[in-house]
Design a protein around this ligand. Structure first.
Ligand code: PAF
Length: 293
C-alpha cells in the first residue's frame, strides 16, 4: 500500500470513480501521461494542463511495449515517492499508477500500428517504439477519458504521432503541446540525462548549440543540404554517433525539397554519448529576405 501525499488510483475502476465524481460536478479533466522520474519538463506539462482544465490526472507507467529487447526497461529510473511529491507541488489532482497486469493482462493481444509521422527517424532506430506508445496511450486515453492531454515538444515525432492517433480514431481529446524545458546550458531535460557521466553531461550541451546554429543558418537563407551537412559534421565530431540530424516539414515530418527552406521546418536530431541516446528538436523558420529600407 503506497503512502503518497496526493490521491492516487492503481485500477481502472478506482480511476474512473474519481473522474466520474469530477464530471458530476461539471469539471473538465486534463491528462499528462508519463513514465515517471519526473523533472521540470514534466511538471511544466502538468502546470499547462492545470491552466486549461479544472482537474489534472498524471499517469506513471513504464511501458514495456515501447522498449525493445536490450533497451533500458529494467534500469529505467523508478522514483514513485519523489514523483508523487513533485506532482502534489505542481497541483496535480490525481496520480494514476497502473501495474503491468492492469495495462497488459494475460491474453492481451492488441497493438496499434502507426504510419504517417511515425515513419522514419526514431522508427529507423527503434522500429517497435511508436506502436508501443500508440497502444499504451490509446488505452490510457480510454481509461482517463480526458478533455485535453499534454505532450512535450521534446518528443516531437511522438507528439505528431499522438495527434495522428487522435485524429484517426476520432478520440474527442485536444492534444496540447508543451515547450521543451532546458537546463541552463540549453540541454533538453530528459529522465535519461541521469545516465550521463559528468564528462558526457558537459559534452551533451553541444547538441542544442548545433541545432541552434543550424536554425540560424537556415533563417539567414543558407542552403538546406550544405547547412545540414555542416551541422552533421559538427555533431559527428562532438558525439560518439549520430542516428539522424535532419530538417523536415514541421507539420508532417515529410522530407523537404533541396534548396532554401521554403516552409516552417523542424530540425530533429538523435545522437549517442556512450550508451546514452539524446534526442532534441527545434523550429526552423525560412529566410524572409532583407527588410525593405
Ligand atoms: O513520453 C513518454 O514518457 C511516453 O512515451 C508516454 C507518452 C508516457 C507513453 O508511455
Amino acid at each position: 500500500m503506497l503512502n503518497l501525499q496526493i490521491p492516487h488510483a492503481t485500477t481502472v475502476s478506482a480511476l474512473r470513480a474519481r473522474i466520474k465524481s469530477w464530471r458530476e460536478d461539471g469539471l473538465t479533466v486534463g491528462f499528462v501521461p508519463t513514465m515517471g522520474s519526473l523533472h521540470d519538463g514534466h511538471l511544466s506539462l502538468v502546470r499547462l494542463a492545470k491552466a486549461q482544465s479544472d482537474r489534472v490526472v498524471a499517469s506513471i507507467f513504464v511501458n514495456p511495449a515501447q522498449f525493445a529487447e536490450g533497451e533500458d526497461f529494467d534500469t529505467y529510473p523508478r522514483e514513485t515517492l519523489a514523483d508523487a511529491e513533485k506532482l502534489a507541488n505542481a497541483q496535480c489532482d490525481l496520480i494514476y499508477l497502473p501495474e503491468r497486469d492492469v495495462m497488459y493482462p494475460d491474453g492481451f493481444s492488441t497493438s496499434i500500428a502507426m504510419a504517417g509521422p511515425a515513419e522514419g527517424l526514431e522508427s529507423d532506430i527503434r522500429p517497435h517504439f511508436f506502436s508501443g506508445v500508440a497502444t499504451v496511450v490509446a488505452k490510457l486515453f480510454n481509461q482517463v477519458r480526458p478533455d485535453i492531454a499534454v505532450f512535450g515538444e521534446k518528443d516531437y515525432q511522438q507528439l505528431l504521432v499522438i495527434r495522428q492517433l487522435v485524429r484517426d480514431l476520432d478520440l474527442p481529446i485536444d492534444i496540447i503541446a508543451g515547450e521543451t524545458a532546458r537546463d541552463r546550458d540549453g540541454l533538453a531535460l530528459s529522465s535519461r540525462n541521469a545516465y550521463l557521466s559528468e564528462i558526457d553531461r558537459k559534452r551533451a550541451s553541444a547538441l542544442p548549440q548545433i541545432l541552434k546554429a543550424l536554425a540560424e543558418a537556415l533563417s539567414a537563407g543558407g542552403d538546406l543540404e550544405t547547412t545540414i551537412s555542416e551541422a552533421r559534421s559538427a555533431a559527428e565530431a562532438a558525439f560518439d554517433g549520430v542516428d539522424y540530424l535532419t530538417v523536415r516539414d514541421a507539420a508532417s515530418l515529410a522530407e523537404l525539397k533541396p534548396g532554401q527552406l521554403q516552409q516552417t521546418g523542424r530540425i530533429l536530431a538523435a545522437v549517442r554519448l556512450g550508451e546514452t541516446r539524446l534526442i532534441d528538436n527545434i523550429a526552423a523558420l525560412p529566410f524572409k529576405g532583407p527588410n525593405p529600407s
